[in-house]
Design a protein around this ligand. Structure first.
Ligand code: CA
Length: 229
């Protein structure tokens, strides 16, 4: 049930390369799903958007460029970082010129260590809590590595669900999250949970955050959902 591990979708048609990358990503604590072509990749993203996509340029049928372009024009997937893999630097230049919206490009043959570093760099920007960054909002500090939360320097005790809810809010202060979006992000899409469960955990988080005083920073947005600040 944990969604603490960052999820990566690996789109690569060469089985050997796919397996090497999967092995390294899993060894580094990532949850990996993989696709061997563009159609399959798009289907998987529709089921559950990953935290990041590693996308080979040369794929049968729907190319990596086309997959990238489609995902970057959709509001629900635009924010997912995409690292494109390409065989030659001239290809990278071309991909760049095509304005596919890819966030980074890595040239084959690549060093796995370098690719992993690029993946982490992208995630630090898009999903800081899943790569162990420290998040701050107002007087709240959340350390994703040690799983500690303090408010006004006083330690708060949070259950695992409340911790993930707070991480989600602190990654994008001010953003309004619908109950469904919170379910996807915090509980995962493959788990059936009633949307009222979200309200219950928001209530607990609210109580925990105000335990030692301070304003209620969780905002209920009528008909829309919840936001921090
Ligand atoms: Ca290929």
């Amino acid at each position: 049930m944990s969604t603490d591990q960052p999820s990566v979708l690996l789109v690569e048609d060469e089985p050997a390369q796919r397996e090497v990358l999967r092995y390294n990503l899993e060894a580094d604590g990532f949850r990996v799903t993989s696709a061997e072509n563009g159609e399959e990749a798009l289907l998987l993203v529709n089921e559950a958007a990953p935290d990041l996509i590693v996308l080979d340029w040369m794929l049968p049928n729907v190319s990596g460029i086309e997959v990238c372009r489609q995902l970057k024009t959709r509001s629900d997937t635009r924010g997912v970082p995409i690292i494109m893999l390409s065989a030659r630097s001239e290809e990278v230049d071309r991909v760049r010129g095509l304005e596919t919206g890819a966030d980074d490009y890595v040239i084959k043959p690549y060093s796995v260590i370098e690719l992993m570093a690029r993946i982490r760099a992208q995630l630090r920007r898009s999903r800081p809590s899943v790569v162990g960054e420290r998040l701050e909002y107002a007087d709240i500090i959340l350390d994703a590595e040690t799983h500690r939360v303090t408010r006004d320097a006083k330690e708060l005790k949070l259950g695992p669900t409340e911790f993930r809810l707070l991480s989600t809010f602190m990654e994008k202060p001010g953003r309004v999250w619908s109950r469904e979006q919170l379910l996807d992000r915090v509980w995962g899409r493959d788990i059936y949970v009633d949307t009222r469960t979200v309200d219950v955990h928001i209530g607990r988080l609210r109580k925990a955050l105000c335990k030692h005083g301070g304003d209620d920073l969780l905002r209920t947005v009528r008909g829309a959902g919840y936001a921090l600040g």
